[in-house]
Write a protein that binds this ligand. Sequence first.
Ligand SMILES: Nc1ncnc2c1ncn2[C@@H]1O[C@H](COP(=O)(O)OP(=O)(O)OP(=O)(O)O)[C@@H](O)[C@H]1O
Ligand SMILES: [Mg+2]
Length: 321
Amino acid sequence: MNAITTTALEKRYDGKDGVAVDALRGVTLHVGTGEIYAILGPNGAGKTTLISILTTLLMPTAGLAMVAGYNVATEPEQVRRRIAVTFQEMVVDADLTGRQLLDFHARLYGLSRAARQEQIRTLGALVELTDALDRKAGTYSGGMKRRLELARGLLSAPQVLFLDEPTQGLDPQNRSSIWRHIRRLRDEQGITVLLTTHYMEEAEALADRVGIIDHGQLVVEGRPGDLVRQMGADVVTLTGNGAAAGLLLTVRALDFVTHVTEHAADDLVRVQIGVDDGERRLAALIGAASAAGFHVVQVNVNHPSLADVFLAHTGEELHNQ
Ligand SMILES: Nc1ncnc2c1ncn2[C@@H]1O[C@H](COP(=O)(O)OP(=O)(O)OP(=O)(O)O)[C@@H](O)[C@H]1O
Ligand SMILES: [Mg+2]
């Protein structure tokens, strides 16, 4: 069964100045129960908008979204009972201790005193905050605050967990600790997780599947490993000027070439060529470029990563910020 389904989902914001923004332009995706799915995209791609709709905080303009078997637009109460969400803009009351914050939220869910104590002990251990629970949250590091947020989200024992940029601004060590917690949730509790990120490594390391979103559209999705393999064993990037059309035509016809994409890069053109063996094919490719009148100023050969997949499908580099 799918835990999340969207069909041709659209969201238009009517800007205050009369300029409408189409933040989602027909997003169709399916996330299976127990799956970790990452929405990867640059600033303004529509990630937070998508999460807001799936968590019933925003109404879609068109299309359908189902979460845990219920329609977000017509059965929001049913959806809310089965989900939790942590937002990009995180608010933690600095004067309360971690334990007080968790207890407060657990009370909102109507848990008994004994159940609250038990849940806080379990979740505190899960996110490795046991020793810090009686300190004020204002003294926590960024990573600890994120982990407290994660524990807070889990108090309601959700079936589906939404995490908007769960590790934004954290250092690599804190980041991998959050990843470990998220994976453990899925492995031990079978929770479905949809997270957004603009960290390539996050999607690659954590997600079962990743969907790349750009300008409100899902441009490609798949298992990170599969997406990367489709690029070829190696990617040769030729950056230069002149006519790339002839070069594209020539290299597409070569049997060792798996894919070719072309993008403008400032006043230059960047041609990405997926091949079976970069070192071995380099001379042939540069020869083809010069025969086609494409003047190469820079050559890169590398094993493809999700960064190359992203570039191939959006024409942009996804800068980590
Ligand atoms: N309340 C709003 N009113 C008008 N436009 C909005 C509103 N919220 C978001 N937008 C616009 O919708 C688009 C998508 O925004 P969204 O916040 O969903 O992107 P995002 O992928 O989460 O970006 P980021 O990586 O910066 O968090 C952007 O162009 C944004 O300016
Ligand atoms: Mg966002």
